[in-house]
Ligand binder design. Structure first.
Ligand code: 2P0
Length: 350
């Protein structure tokens, strides 16, 4: 039989997700199993996306290659793990159907680009690994569900497992030592709460000082407050947040979102040495949201901060003038808020 010299190719995009109940801490760093469950909103309609093309061919010279934002990258252990797992899933298909081309034996080329700052606390690894896993799953025509694929994306980066779904997504931390029950499930699709919006305030596009991976391990081993978060706080608020989403109860959604962000950053501060992700501009954004809510006489806006100073503000479409309008008015629109004081980039619509 003639050698198959075809180039097989699949392109996808994956959106970022921003957690409203945060993931922070690993009970098993090797399998990337979390200390607690988490819940996020996927910013499906926003420009914050990773675009990834995966291709393979017998004509490609080994080894597998990865190009990130135009630069050739060494494949780290997490990427190698994802590729190995996906390849073995493809090999299983090939062994049960001899007519399938032997793609699992071909070297892979992955070309990926973010249209937002990488590693600046804007969930770039979440979108990045979700796109990588999804692109290769498409290339290999794997029949697995997004939840099954989330087990693989989780091993690339924990938060990535949530970006395989749109809408409201829970990463159920699981209890099993092998990680088989640590996966993402959709709590509600985007259409369930079509009025939800997110405003992203880019305070700094610089790479963060302490990576999430090392920061969370320092918190796990040194913070007593974190033990309280894992045992008492998160198990309670996960249920409350699911209920708030189900009922589209923005007041409750906002209350839990802000409290959980503050609880997470308090744990960072309780770490030895302390980790500071928020800065003066971040705190100014908190005060602004407090002020907007006070003026409205109810919670119309909810801030949240990940492992960086940038602020995400959730609000409902009907409160657009009060929330996004106030921020844009005060900050002078997208161009007017400079790097020193921050910058309002866009209303990323959910
Ligand atoms: C989250 N973060 O739930 C939390 C909130 C940051 C603060 O998930 O080590 O990059 O790759 O599993 O997923 C960031 O952690 O960490 C994160 P790894 P990841 O979105």
């Amino acid at each position: 039989m003639a050698e198959d010299k075809s180039i097989y190719c699949a392109s996808v995009t994956a959106p970022v997700n921003i957690a409203v109940v945060k993931y922070w801490g690993k009970r098993d760093p090797k399998l990337n199993l979390p200390t607690n469950s988490s819940l996020s909103v996927t910013l499906s309609q926003s420009d914050l996306r990773t675009h990834t093309t995966a291709s393979c061919s017998s004509t490609y010279p080994p080894p597998d290659t990865l190009i990130l934002n135009g630069q050739s990258e060494e494949l780290n252990n997490r990427t190698l793990t994802c590729l190995k797992l996906l390849r073995s899933m493809r090999a299983e298909l090939e062994s049960s159907d001899a007519t399938l081309p032997k793609l699992s034996q071909h070297p892979l080329k992955v070309v990926t680009a973010n249209n937002f700052p990488t590693a600046a606390g804007l969930a770039s690894s979440a979108a990045g690994f979700a796109a990588l896993v999804y692109a290769i799953a498409q290339l290999y025509q794997l029949p697995h569900s997004p939840t099954e694929l989330s087990r693989i994306a989780r091993q690339g980066s924990g938060s990535a497992c949530r970006s395989l779904f749109g809408g409201y997504v829970a990463w159920e931390g699981g209890e099993k030592a092998d990680g088989s029950d640590s996966l993402a499930v959709q709590v509600a699709p985007p259409s369930h709460w079509p009025g939800m919006r997110a405003l992203i305030l880019v305070v700094s596009a610089a790479k963060k000082g302490v990576s999430s991976t090392s920061g969370m391990q320092q918190t796990c081993t040194t913070s007593a407050l974190f033990q309280h978060r894992v045992k008492d706080v998160v198990p309670r608020v996960m249920g409350q947040m699911k209920e708030a989403v189900e009922k589209k109860d923005f007041d409750k959604f906002a209350e839990i979102t802000m409290r959980d962000s503050n609880n997470f950053h308090a744990c960072c501060l309780d770490t030895t040495p302390p980790i500071f992700y928020m800065n003066d501009v971040s705190r100014a954004a908190v005060r602004m949201v407090e002020w907007i809510n006070e003026k409205a006489g109810r919670r119309v806006a909810a801030y949240t901060f990940d492992a960086g100073p940038n602020c995400v503000v959730y609000y409902e479409e009907g409160s657009g003038r009060e929330v996004a309008g106030t921020f844009k008015g005060l900050l002078g629109g997208a161009a007017g808020w400079d790097g020193e004081r921050g910058r309002a980039v866009e209303a990323a619509e959910e």
